[in-house]
Design a protein. Structure first.
Length: 312
C-alpha cells in the first residue's frame, strides 16, 4: 500500500464515479479500477459498492477512508514541518544575554525574530558574559551576547562577531556633587565610591576599568573610595539614585535612567569592550542560521564580519 492508493480511494469516494475520479487524478479509468481492486484484495475487504447509480463506500470503506484522510494529512504536515524546520521557522534557540543588551540591541533584533518566526521555542537567559560563555561551551546555550569575545579554554571553538559598540558614562543621584555636570574627568572618578560590574562576572569590563582607574577600579584610593558590585545596569542606576556612589556603565544606560539621577560623559571618552555575539563554530542548525540572518539585516557590519569568518 502506498500513499497514491489512499489518494485513489479518497478521489473515488469524493466523485462516486470511476471516470470522474480518474479524470481528477489525471489517470485513465482502467488503471484506477485495477488499483482499487488490488487495494481491496490487500485489505481483504470490499471498500466500495459498485451500483448503477454510482460507487459508494461500504462500512469497511468508510472506516478505511477516515484513516486514509488522517494519514495523508499527517504526511502533508510532515512535508510542511520538514520544510519549516529546514528554513529555521520551527525548533529551539537558547540565548544568553547581558542585561544592557535589552536597552538597545535586543528590542529590535529579538523583536524581529519573534515576529518572523513565532513558532521557534525561545529559551532566554539573562546572565553575565562570563557565565554565558561557559554555558555556550557546555552546550547549554546556542548563542550568547556579552561584552568582549569569550576567552579561555574552548574559546577557539566559538565564532564571535561584534554586534554593537558603546562607551563609558557615569550616573549619579541628584544630590551628588557631580550631578548637573555634562562630563566628568577620569581623575575625578579616582577616589569616588564606584558602582560597577563584578570582576568575576564581567572580567573584560573590570580589566578595562582597572586599567583606567587603577587596580580595583579606584577602591580606597581616597577617602570615600570603594566599590559596590552591581550585576546589571538597572541595579547600577538604582544604587546611584540612592546616593551610594558613582555608577559606571555603557552609554545605553541613558535609556533606562530614572528621575532623580544624572548621567554624564566620561572624559576622555572611554570605549567599552564591544558587544559581541558568540556561537559554536560547528553549530549549523537552521534556527541559529535564521537568527544570524536577522542580525545581518539589523546590525551594521555583521554580514561582512560573518562572511569573513566563513559563515555565509
Amino acid at each position: 500500500m502506498e500513499a497514491r492508493h489512499l489518494r485513489y480511494a479518497l478521489a473515488l469516494a469524493d466523485h462516486r464515479h470511476f471516470g470522474r475520479a480518474a479524470a481528477s487524478l489525471g489517470i485513465a479509468q482502467p488503471p484506477l479500477s485495477q488499483q482499487i481492486a488490488a487495494l481491496e484484495r490487500e485489505l481483504g475487504a470490499r471498500l466500495f459498492d459498485r451500483t448503477a447509480r454510482g460507487v459508494f463506500p461500504t462500512a469497511a470503506g468508510e472506516a478505511f477512508l477516515a484513516r486514509a484522510r488522517r494519514a495523508l494529512a499527517e504526511m502533508s504536515a510532515a512535508v510542511s514541518d520538514t520544510g519549516r524546520a529546514a528554513r529555521g521557522e520551527t525548533g529551539r534557540l537558547r540565548l544568553g544575554f547581558i542585561g544592557s543588551s535589552l536597552l538597545e540591541l535586543l528590542p529590535s533584533l529579538l523583536g524581529r525574530f519573534i515576529r518572523e518566526r513565532p513558532d521557534v521555542r525561545l529559551g532566554l537567559h539573562e546572565m553575565s558574559t562570563c557565565r554565558s560563555a561557559t554555558a555556550l561551551l557546555d552546550g547549554e546555550l546556542d548563542i550568547s551576547i556579552g561584552r568582549g569575545a569569550p576567552r579561555g579554554a574552548g574559546a577557539e571553538d566559538l565564532v564571535s562577531v561584534t554586534v554593537g559598540r558603546d562607551h563609558l558614562v557615569a550616573v549619579v543621584g541628584a544630590a551628588h556633587p557631580l550631578a548637573g555636570q555634562p562630563a566628568v574627568g577620569v581623575e575625578q572618578l579616582r577616589g569616588q565610591h564606584l558602582i560597577v560590574a563584578p570582576d568575576d562576572e564581567e572580567p573584560v569590563v573590570a580589566g578595562w576599568l582597572d586599567a583606567l582607574l587603577g587596580d580595583g577600579a579606584g577602591a580606597a584610593a581616597a577617602p570615600g573610595g570603594g566599590v559596590t558590585d552591581a550585576r546589571d545596569v538597572h541595579t547600577i542606576i538604582g544604587l546611584a539614585s540612592c546616593g551610594v556612589g558613582v555608577g559606571l556603565g555603557p552609554a545605553c544606560m541613558r535609556v533606562a535612567a530614572r528621575p532623580g539621577t544624572w548621567v554624564c560623559e566620561v572624559r576622555p571618552r572611554v570605549e567599552l569592550p564591544d558587544l559581541v555575539m558568540s556561537f559554536r563554530a560547528q553549530d549549523r542548525s537552521p534556527v541559529l542560521a535564521a537568527f544570524l540572518d536577522t542580525a545581518r539585516e539589523l546590525c551594521p557590519g555583521v554580514n561582512e564580519r560573518l562572511e569573513r569568518l566563513g559563515r555565509r
